[in-house]
Design a protein around this ligand. Structure first.
Ligand SMILES: [Zn+2]
Length: 296
């Protein structure tokens, strides 16, 4: 089975649900970052929620998510655009468990901070919404974000299971959103269903597809609107890092050229390394000087 997200209306069209399998996506992130189990579960849940949320926007619209809860994993950043995600984590080597053996994601992420969501929707300016972290378990934090920042009552479940060899065993998630005008008895029913279901990672681990997850949550009361692949992919390039070097300014570039005579830059999202020779740096400097002359 591949990773994908299903979007559906459910509970007699009184709610909307996104459900996904993200096992391959999380495993790719684990391999790129060399993550230990708790770091992998934290970033994996974050990537999964972000991938689903990015499908609430159009292709070409770009979301950047940041969580910094003060815990041992440190800052995590995810960039997402229509189901394609990439992420970074400050400390990939965290392994902490609760007494019951579950990975201690909330403790590793921490709660002394916020979830930041920056939307670049090709309007004049990108804008950022901020919501306080609730438990650091990621699902709860997104649930609170939707309620507080988007006034959309939601339930978010995200989960990652890790194999004994540290690879990702199963990962997935759902976002259920209540639509305006939902009757009270339907709300009660939704709450009751959410209490009775197994965790999302268990469902994915059992081999359930996103459609089957939705069917389980809604007891078959849904109609599918959309199916979208989701994946971890980095779109970095030497050209883009060249522009990054130019953004340092002429003075800084001169210093690098004179003192180091070269530059090596590593992408935080895919760990690919880009080397710039002295000649390439001088060329970038020349281009920048020309641009600055033109705009003067
Ligand atoms: Zn990259």
């Amino acid at each position: 089975m591949n990773d994908y997200t299903i979007k559906a209306y459910c509970f007699n069209d009184n709610a909307r649900i996104y459900a996904c399998r993200s096992t391959d996506l999380v495993e790719k992130a684990r391999q790129l970052h060399g993550m230990w189990p708790t770091s992998c579960a934290a970033l994996g849940r974050f990537l999964t929620a972000s991938a689903m949320m990015s499908l609430m926007y159009k292709a070409g619209e770009h979301l950047t998510f940041k969580i910094d809860g003060g815990g041992p994993v440190g800052e995590m950043i995810v960039e997402a655009s229509y189901g394609v995600v990439k992420g970074s984590i400050h400390n990939p080597e965290v392994f902490m468990q609760y007494n019951d053996g579950h990975l201690a994601v909330g403790r590793a992420v921490g709660v002394n901070g916020s979830l930041y969501v920056t939307k670049d929707l090709h309007l004049k300016n990108a804008f950022t919404s901020i919501a306080d972290l609730q438990t650091g378990e990621i699902g709860d934090d997104f649930t609170y974000y939707f309620a507080a920042s988007e006034q959309t009552p939601s339930a978010v479940g995200v989960g990652v299971l890790i194999n004994p060899d540290n690879s990702c065993k199963a990962a997935g998630g759902f976002i259920l959103q209540i639509l305006p005008g939902c009757p009270a008895e339907v709300l009660d029913k939704i709450e009751e269903r959410l209490k009775s279901i197994k965790s999302i990672s268990e469902m994915i681990d059992k081999g359930m597809s996103p459609e089957e997850v939705i069917s389980e949550i809604t007891e078959g009361d849904y109609r599918i609107l959309d199916t979208n692949p989701i994946e971890y992919r980095c779109d970095c390039s030497k050209e883009r890092f060249g522009r990054g070097l130019q953004s340092l300014g002429l003075k800084e570039l001169d210093e690098i050229i004179e003192q180091d005579g070269k530059a090596e830059i590593m992408c935080h999202f895919c760990k690919k390394k880009y080397n710039f020779s002295k000649e390439e740096l001088i060329k970038l400097r020349k281009e920048l000087a020309l641009i600055q002359q033109e705009t003067e």
